[in-house]
Design a protein around this ligand. Structure first.
Ligand code: MRU
Length: 338
C-alpha cells in the first residue's frame, strides 16, 4: 500500500502531517483553504508534486467557501486565494503549475457552480496523473541501474512527496521489486531531516535494505566504492537542465562527478519549467534560521548565533548524467521547451 500525503474526503482536505512523523501518524482535516496554505508553508505536506496536489485541493476547497453573486466576483475572489497559495513556498514549480491549471479551469467556467465542480475534478486529475507518472518514471529509472545497485539519495522523494510511489524513491522501490537493488544510503538531510525521518520511515515499511548516513558521510562512502548511482528528486528543472533540489544535492552532484558515479535527477514533467532559462533564475527559499539552531524544538546553538538556512540549491546541468521523467530519459545537452 502506498501512503497518501493528501486526499479529498467528503468536502475537506485531509493532510498527513509530516512534521509529526515518524513518532505519530496524524491526519489533519481542513475545511478552510487557509489551513491548507498554512500546512504547505509549515511543511506538514511537502515535496514538489505533493505541494502542487495539496494546493489544487486547497483551491477546490476555497471555491466552495467563496460566496460570489456573479462569475466576475467569483473570479476576483479566486484570484486572491491563488495569490495566497503562491506565497507558501517559492521553489517547487509544481505549486505554480497547479495554480495556473486551476485558474484556467475558472477562466473557462460559466458559473461558480460549474467552476466548483470542475476545480475538484482538476485537482483529482492532477493527483491521478502524478500517480501514473511515478510508475512510468520508476520503470525508466530502474532500467538505468546495474545489478546489485547501491544507491545514494537525499531528502524524501517517496510516496509522502507525490501522488504515487515517489520519484527517486519510486525508482528505488521498483528496482527493489525487480531484485536489482542491493542497498540504499539515505542522507539524513539537515536541517529538516526528511531523510532521517521520512525516507527511513518509508524504506522500513517497504522492507528495502538501507542505512541513514550523516550528510557529511557521502564523500567517504563514494571514495570507498560503495555507491553505484546517486538519484535525487527535483523542485524545479530550468530550460537548460539546471535543477533546484533540497540543500545538499549540489554537494552530492559534485562528489559524484569527482568519483565518476552517475548522478540522476528523477521528476515528473510538471517539475520542468521551460519559462525559467537557467538555475540562476530559480527562486530559492530561505527558511527560518531556528530550523538550524534548534533540533526537535530544543536550542542547540549558543543564544545569538546567526544562522543562514537556504532550503534548496541548484545543481548545474553539466553535473547531471540524465533526467528521468515519465516520458523517458533525457541526456545532455538538455533543452526543455523550445
Ligand atoms: O523542502 P521539501 O521537503 O519540500 O523538499 C523536497 C525536495 O527537495 C524533494 O527532493 C523534491 O521536492 C522532490 S519530491 C518527489
Amino acid at each position: 500500500m502506498t501512503v497518501q500525503p493528501v486526499a479529498w474526503r467528503d468536502g475537506v482536505v485531509a493532510i498527513l502531517d509530516q512534521t509529526q512523523l515518524p513518532e505519530r501518524v496524524v491526519i489533519e482535516e481542513f475545511d478552510d483553504w487557509r489551513g491548507v496554505a498554512e500546512a504547505i508553508h509549515m511543511m506538514k505536506v511537502r515535496g514538489a508534486p505533493a505541494i502542487g496536489i495539496a494546493a489544487a485541493y486547497g483551491l477546490a476547497l476555497a471555491a466552495r467557501q467563496i460566496e460570489a453573486p456573479t462569475m466576475d466576483a467569483f473570479r476576483a475572489a479566486f484570484g486572491s486565494v491563488c495569490a495566497a497559495f503562491a506565497q507558501t513556498r517559492p521553489t517547487a514549480v509544481n505549486l505554480f503549475g497547479a495554480i495556473e491549471r486551476l485558474q484556467q479551469v475558472v477562466a473557462q467556467s460559466q458559473t461558480p457552480d460549474e467552476a466548483r465542480a470542475r476545480l475538484l475534478e482538476a485537482a483529482q486529475a492532477l493527483q491521478h496523473e502524478d500517480y501514473a507518472a511515478d510508475r512510468a518514471m520508476a520503470q525508466h529509472g530502474a532500467a538505468l541501474l546495474p545489478p546489485h545497485a547501491r544507491v545514494m539519495t537525499i531528502c524524501n522523494t517517496g510516496a509522502l512527496a507525490t501522488g504515487g510511489i515517489g520519484t527517486a524513491l519510486g525508482i528505488i522501490r521498483v528496482a527493489h521489486e525487480q531484485g536489482k537493488l542491493q542497498h540504499v544510503y539515505a542522507c539524513e538531510t539537515r536541517p529538516r531531516m526528511q531523510g532521517l525521518k521520512l525516507t527511513a520511515w518509508e524504506l522500513l515499511q517497504e522492507g528495502i535494505p538501507f542505512e541513514v548516513i550523516a550528510d557529511s558521510a557521502a564523500g567517504t562512502l563514494m571514495a570507498q566504492g560503495k555507491v553505484d548511482a546517486v538519484i535525487t528528486g527535483a523542485d524545479r528543472i530550468a530550460a537548460n537542465g539546471d535543477t533546484a533540489n533540497k540543500i545538499g544535492t549540489y554537494t552530492l552532484a559534485v562528489l559524484a562527478h569527482h568519483h565518476r558515479i552517475p548522478f540522476y535527477i528523477a521528476a515528473p514533467e510538471t517539475t520542468i519549467d521551460p519559462t525559467t532559462p537557467d538555475g540562476a533564475a530559480i527562486p530559492i527559499e530561505y527558511r527560518d534560521p531556528t530550523e538550524l539552531t534548534h533540533i526537535g524544538g530544543l536550542q542547540v546553538a549558543p543564544t545569538g548565533a546567526p544562522a543562514l538556512n537556504p532550503a534548496f540549491d541548484v545543481t548545474p546541468a553539466s553535473l547531471i548524467t540524465a533526467i528521468i521523467t515519465e516520458k523517458g530519459v533525457y541526456r545532455p545537452p538538455y533543452r526543455f521547451g523550445g
